[in-house]
Design a protein around this ligand. Sequence first.
Ligand SMILES: C[S@@+](CC[C@H](N)C(=O)[O-])C[C@H]1O[C@@H](n2cnc3c(N)ncnc32)[C@H](O)[C@@H]1O
Length: 298
Amino acid sequence: MSQEDNVRDRSAAPSFVASYLSNEWGDVLLPQGHALFGSHFNHDALAEDRVSRERIDVLHSLYRPGAFYREAAEQIGRWCDKADLRPQRVIDIGGSTGRLVHELRRDLTRDGASPKFLMVEPSQIFCDWAYSLLCAEFGRRRCVPPLNIAHTHEWWVPLPYLPSQPHFEAVDPVAVRQRIGPPGGISICCAAAENAPVPDGHYDLAVSLNVIDRHLAPKTLVGEVAKLVRPGGLMVIGTPFDFREQFTLDTASWPRKLEDLLPAGWNVVGGTELAYHLRLHQWDYTTFVCRVVCATAP
Ligand SMILES: C[S@@+](CC[C@H](N)C(=O)[O-])C[C@H]1O[C@@H](n2cnc3c(N)ncnc32)[C@H](O)[C@@H]1O
């Protein structure tokens, strides 16, 4: 099975889409105070138990859809400033449903600059959502499996409630698009990094977050990302080091630190750690710490 087939199979499951979509876009797709952001526990039953109630509230306050991507984009903006770089061409490898590229556009479109962004992602259903959210003129979604429904007047968004069994809610695409802002500057390419039809040495900034530990060969992937960057440009890579044999069979290729994956001649200009709170379903939250490194091309 090729890398693309592997990704396509996993991403097509509605429960998988539900988890990614709500972690990336929950704050934009759903109104404040939506049940997804709160506890499903009956607080009245805890009326006397202030400590348990507070504990549950703290747990649920950790879940802030979109926050990881806002914080990542702000940090990348600071690294660009530090390197005195005003990126005009930016590429995000493994961009999922497009939240990072949206946040990068918000952060890097300033001082009269209007950079161009390309998101490369092998999952068709993720690209389809990214296209609908960021590029389509009017709330259009193409008709793709597994739902096989094309709505222009409403979207049915899968949300992660029960394990393997998402719950669908209708969302008004016009309101969502108003919150996101008009399309422009973002293109989407549905391909794996190694097959993407993009020119080497073309980008001022290449980013790939949380993909390395979902790849057969982490160092090869970083080499592919690095090839895209022009001399003096920046590459930002990040991973929670959640390596598994299911994705990266050769355990000897699991890196001890991100710097070990950089090709020769690359210079680290900064590093950080960002929390990522992933909700797999109603009862399953996982917090990852994504280690991120920024380096300049020789
Ligand atoms: C854990 S998700 C991370 C998504 C997003 N970058 C983020 O930080 O939330 C891994 C993503 O990498 C994509 N992916 C897997 N293999 C890839 C490859 N060979 N080239 C590009 N993307 C890949 C998957 O489809 C998925 O969207």
